[in-house]
Design a protein. Structure first.
Length: 134
């Protein structure tokens, strides 16, 4: 029932809440017409989301793994940027919505993959606000 067990929220529900927030933020950021590439900033957002999800589960990723993931996200982001530019050439009026959709979709998929990873390690774990604040 919405990630609640006897009035307690699961880590999965809390982590997915953050995934949705980050996906919305990524879409909003992708909509801003900036003279520089947004790929690095979106990759940083994705990398930090990975850390946030780990913290929700009380099992944050080590720094080396986070740095490696960040580099991977930048490379993947360049490929997605190319895809977005090609799609915008076919339908120029939809360039901004295409960029927003790709950014939000990518963050949502990556976030869900990270949540699935942590759920495999900690199935059904309950989330504690007190633990998260510490």
């Amino acid at each position: 029932t919405g990630g609640m067990l006897d009035g307690m929220r699961t880590c999965r529900a809390e982590a997915l809440r953050w995934v949705h927030y980050y996906a919305a933020g990524g879409a909003a950021f992708a909509a801003v017409p900036l003279p520089v590439s947004t790929t690095s900033a979106l990759a940083a957002l994705e990398t930090y989301l990975r850390k946030v999800i780990g913290a929700v589960y009380g099992d944050p990723p080590p720094g080396v793994a986070t740095a490696a993931a960040g580099g991977t996200f930048v490379i993947g982001g360049q490929a997605l940027k190319h895809l977005a530019m090609q799609a915008a050439c076919f339908v120029p009026v939809l360039g901004v919505p295409i960029r927003m959709s790709i950014a939000a979709g990518t963050i949502e998929l990556l976030g869900r993959a990270v949540v699935s990873h942590y759920e495999a390690k900690h199935p059904g774990k309950l989330w504690s606000q007190a633990r998260a604040a510490a």
